[in-house]
Design a protein around this ligand. Structure first.
Ligand code: MRU
Length: 344
């Protein structure tokens, strides 16, 4: 992605360190973070300095590389295994995190007892994972381009942009390419409470790219469907199951139900690392529940009655039968067939 005239990825390795864009500072600041050990990266994933399924997958893969670099010769295997456990515990819903961590872990332990080689392989595996993830997202843009006719008005939810991935984005890769090809598009960006990934991050990315858009409250989508101002919906995913059910940011399912009611196509865009080939259906996806303070306070102000219990699920499940198609690096497939098609 180009920011202030310079090419960036959301996470990258340089001079023996992991670097990332601090997503908690967007849009007020563009600031970078550097990491020299996996414990710091685990905190950054938990605190959502890095967020978005493919981006946390790549950050966690590099964190495993850091763990291997820093592990002492004595007890190397146990230290790397402990780092794996810690990273897997940071966020439960996006399967990309597990895929990124295990890609590096499995390559690394193969080379024990040659520890110099194991450390080198750990870094190469993390770089390979991040490069493949960026390439997958670039291909998603190409595969999904035909879904966006000139003049489309599109609704998206949360942030499935370049910042949520290593580069390009998933849903936004398709929109970015449509815009670059000269198609006239307009994007409704739903705010995405409580953390505002839509109004803060997606809106910022669209502005960087010069794509016409407007932020709407989460509760306003139905109104724009009713006004017949939405031609299609496209979002990302945190996990795609074998039967085509998906998990994505809380509020995605509402949009799928609305799209179905109004006869509007509803697409999901996902790289291969978001497919969970061991998960039969949506009920098997672990849903992250986040801290109640995300609901009870905003900008230091109380936003909920202090004596009330709070439920704060971060994700919901959209069943396959509400999904018109899943845009993958290998093509656009019916939801129920997507897992099998990408494995072929
Ligand atoms: O809690 P977040 O911000 O990590 O949730 C992100 C999403 O739900 C995205 O839509 C999803 O990860 C797809 S990103 C390409």
């Amino acid at each position: 992605m180009i920011i202030n005239g310079k090419e960036y990825r959301s996470v990258w390795w340089e001079n023996g360190r992991l670097h990332m864009i601090d997503q908690n500072r967007i849009p007020q600041d563009f600031s970078l973070m550097e990491f020299t050990d996996h414990l710091q990266v685990a905190d950054a994933i938990r605190n959502m300095n890095v967020r978005g399924a493919p981006a946390i997958g790549a950050a966690a893969a590099f964190a495993m590389a850091l763990a291997a670099q820093n592990a002492t010769d004595h007890g190397f295997r146990a230290q790397v295994r402990k780092a794996r456990e810690l990273l897997l515990s940071t966020r439960p819903t996006a399967v990309d995190l597990q895929v990124g961590v295990d890609h590096v872990y499995e390559q690394t332990i193969k080379f024990i007892p040659d520890l110099a080689h194991a450390r080198q392989v750990a870094l190469l595996a993390a770089q390979e994972f991040a490069n493949q993830s960026a390439e997958d997202c670039r291909l998603i843009g190409e595969q999904g381009l035909h879904l966006i006719p000139d003049g489309s008005r599109i609704l998206t939810h949360c942030n499935a942009g370049a910042l949520a991935t290593v580069d390009w984005g998933t849903a936004l890769a398709v929109l970015r390419l449509a815009h670059r090809k000269g198609r006239n598009i307009f994007v409704y960006v739903s705010e995405t409470r409580p953390r505002h990934q839509g109004s803060k991050i997606t809106a910022w990315e669209l502005q960087q790219e010069g794509i016409p858009h407007a932020v709407i409250p989460d509760s306003a989508s139905a109104f724009y469907f009713w006004k017949k101002e939405i031609d299609l919906v496209i979002t990302g995913a945190d996990r795609v199951c074998l039967n085509g059910d998906i998990a994505n940011k809380i509020g995605t399912y509402d949009k799928a139900v609305l799209a179905h009611h109004h006869g509007v196509p509803f697409y999901i865009a996902a790289p291969l690392s978001t497919f969970d080939f061991s998960c039969a259906q949506g009920s098997g996806i672990p849903i992250e529940f986040r801290d109640s303070s995300e609901i009870t306070y905003y900008g230091g102000q109380i936003t909920a009655n202090p004596g009330s219990d709070v439920l704060n699920p971060g994700f919901d499940i959209t069943p396959a039968d509400l999904i018109s198609g899943i845009v993958t690096p290998k093509g656009v497939f019916k939801a129920a067939e997507a897992a099998q098609k990408v494995q072929e």
